[in-house]
Design a protein around this ligand. Sequence first.
Ligand code: ATP
Ligand code: MG
Length: 429
Amino acid sequence: MSGKIQAIRGMHDILPDQTPCWRHVEKIIIDVLNRYGYQEIRFPIVEKTELFARSIGELTDIVSKEMYTFVDRNNEQLTLRPEGTAGCVRAGLENGLLHNQIQKLWYIGPMFRHERPQKGRQRQFHQIWFEAFGLGGPDIDAEMIMMCTRMWQELELTNISLQLNTLGTLQTRNRYQKVLIEYFSSHRDRLDEDSKQRLQNNPLRILDSKNPAMRELIAAAPLIHDYLDAESEDHFVELKAMLDDVNIAYNINPHLVRGLDYYGKTVFEWITDRLGAQGTICAGGRYDMLVEYFGGKPTPAIGCAMGLERLIELLQVSGYTLDNDPPHVYFILADDTATRAGLKLAESLRKALPYLRLLMNCGGGNFKTQFKRADKSGALLAIVLGDDELKNQAVGIKSLRDESEQETVSWAGLADVLRQKLAGYLNLP
Ligand code: ATP
Ligand code: MG
């Protein structure tokens, strides 16, 4: 085979000029999660296809069109996870984490969906999820939304608003579904192909249609809020009151339903108008029946997923940039003998100054070449081990930021001198 092999369409490399921003976002979010008592769980990226087919629902876009499914060498049908909750619940059940317990879990990683790639929509994308099991009341719903708000604050993101809805209990949904089917059936001629399909399979999802031609019909559809049973109504009223108490603004969006079938009661989305069409950066809701559906004891649950690509894009369009940390010190070496001594000296410096970012010159080169590399690295200081210095167990230190003279310092005193010099440049201990 000849020619360059390219990445799979819709799957992107995240390069070193981007990773600092990713780590910044991940660090802040994970820190907030820890402070709210969420613990990390890790589970495989590949699961049996059946797991997703059963939980997400055969008739959803994800299962019917978007999954990366393959047969392995043992003829097992496997799938790269398109979402996290199914695997998390599987792992929780299999390891006895869910029965009669409260668990607050988070995880992070790539998800895979064979969608049409476009801005804000990849085939491999990354999400941070958090899920709370064993709590059925609106307090945890409110706390999860408050936790998201804290994340936005600590990421210094504005232009994000909250959309809120309830899908009610199963009884409510069944009642409402009947009314919806009647309504849309009586306007069948105005439904697009997608919606005709959904009318059969999942009528609630017609409300989610992004087709402008359907807008008017959907706007006039009956509202779930007129069909809530007492339990659904109480939960929703209580949640809104809790959000009001802490001044979290929300827009009730009666057409907000989730792409996945297992949601009920609270659903929410965080959206921004700064990313164009793909403006949802975080979405979640309550899924009280899923654990039981997987064979566990009835366990209420709520969860939420953040799309990291969109979050990072939002940070960047908001003007945030972050560079990789340049080295503090570049180590210039006369020859092989100096390199042997330099490797040892560098290790002792790294031990003495754990925060030190020290870049050794590897691969030889004359002094001129090495000084060029030192400048290019962005280092503050160069230390130089030439023939004379080697004889005297010393190094030369030269600032790469001004024209001050090179000084000579003994190996024994070097760590102290570096500590002092760097403290002048940086806020270091
Ligand atoms: P959409 O309506 O945009 O397709 P969804 O309902 O499929 O969203 P979820 O499964 O709820 O999305 O995923 C939660 C979040 O993950 C989304 O709000 C978005 O930020 C992000 N996300 C989902 N799919 C993709 C994708 N293909 N590429 C990038 N980010 C995605
Ligand atoms: Mg989708």
